[in-house]
Design a protein around this ligand. Structure first.
Ligand SMILES: Nc1ncnc2c1ncn2[C@@H]1O[C@H](COP(=O)(O)OP(=O)(O)OP(=O)(O)O)[C@@H](O)[C@H]1O
Length: 249
């Protein structure tokens, strides 16, 4: 459904992602993890086509660089790490933006199916009560849930989410991960950048680990987050009680 072959992203003359290759099928839910600055957002941006890259990205069997912006947006929805909304839209109008690329023609009016998708996405993101509220007057976590609903409202078969749990309380983090698992079970391919390794291991059958621009592990949580990877990549280890702690405090 989405693949990267020898993906390299250079910024300011430096490779911030180097020779990254992976392949995800329909219905896979993968966590993309790694320390700060490892290159996770850069890879997601390259997959979304918003940053230049070398190598090949294929989305739904099509080379991404041959797709128009609209074709790409129909295949892939991206939740960036920073999410400015320039206009003070209503919460439901921000969610409706997720339907834009799927419309038969730009600026078509929303139909019944679009309205139903917006309502369903708001429900999935536990944000129905925010209908009618102005987006910029929402709390950080409420805004994050509206953005999640925007993504879920999109018909795209591939979802990319960059730290969607930031700003969410623990109950909503768990609900978000359950919602992503449900999307994957329904056939979408989901890549989610996470810093919480326990959340990643609990919900994601596949974990991609980046370090200093390289993909250093890719597999089921037990293998990808082995004691060796935890120590070498993250500088942590599991205590006797199973808690993560600094390897060299
Ligand atoms: N626009 C830019 N110009 C130059 N360097 C950049 C730019 N954006 C990011 N970088 C650098 O690229 C590297 C990778 O950044 P990236 O945002 O992909 O990391 P990340 O793994 O998502 O980090 P974090 O967990 O902190 O969000 C970092 O060293 C960062 O400083």
């Amino acid at each position: 459904m989405i693949s990267a072959e020898h993906l390299t992203v250079a910024l300011n003359g430096r490779d911030v992602a180097r020779d990254v290759s992976f392949w995800l099928r329909d219905g896979e839910l993968a966590a993309l993890v790694g320390p700060n600055g490892a290159g996770k957002s850069s890879v997601l941006k390259a997959l979304a086509g918003v940053t230049p890259s070398a190598g090949e990205v294929r989305i739904c069997d099509a080379p991404a660089d041959k797709l128009t912006v609209r074709e790409r947006a129909r295949r892939l929805a991206w939740l960036p790490q920073t999410r400015p909304v320039a206009w003070n839209l209503l919460a439901e109008d921000v969610v409706a933006l997720g339907r834009f690329a799927g419309a038969p023609a730009p600026f078509d009016r929303m139909g019944e199916a679009d309205r139903a998708a917006v309502v369903a996405a708001l429900e999935k993101a536990d944000a129905t009560h925010l209908i009618g509220r102005s987006f910029q007057a929402l709390s950080g976590g409420e805004q994050a849930r509206v953005h999640l609903a925007r993504l879920l409202a999109s018909p795209a078969p591939v979802l990319l989410l960059d730290e969607p749990c930031a700003a969410l309380d623990i109950a909503h983090q768990l609900s978000l991960m359950a919602a992503l698992a449900a999307e994957a079970a329904a056939g979408r391919t989901v890549i989610v950048v996470l810093h919480d390794l326990e959340l990643a291991a609990r919900f994601c059958p596949r974990v991609l680990v980046m370090q200093a621009g390289e993909l250093v592990a890719d597999g089921a949580p037990d293998a990808a987050l082995s004691a060796e990877v935890l120590g070498q990549v993250f500088g942590v280890r599991k205590s006797a009680e199973g808690r993560l702690e600094r390897a060299n405090p």
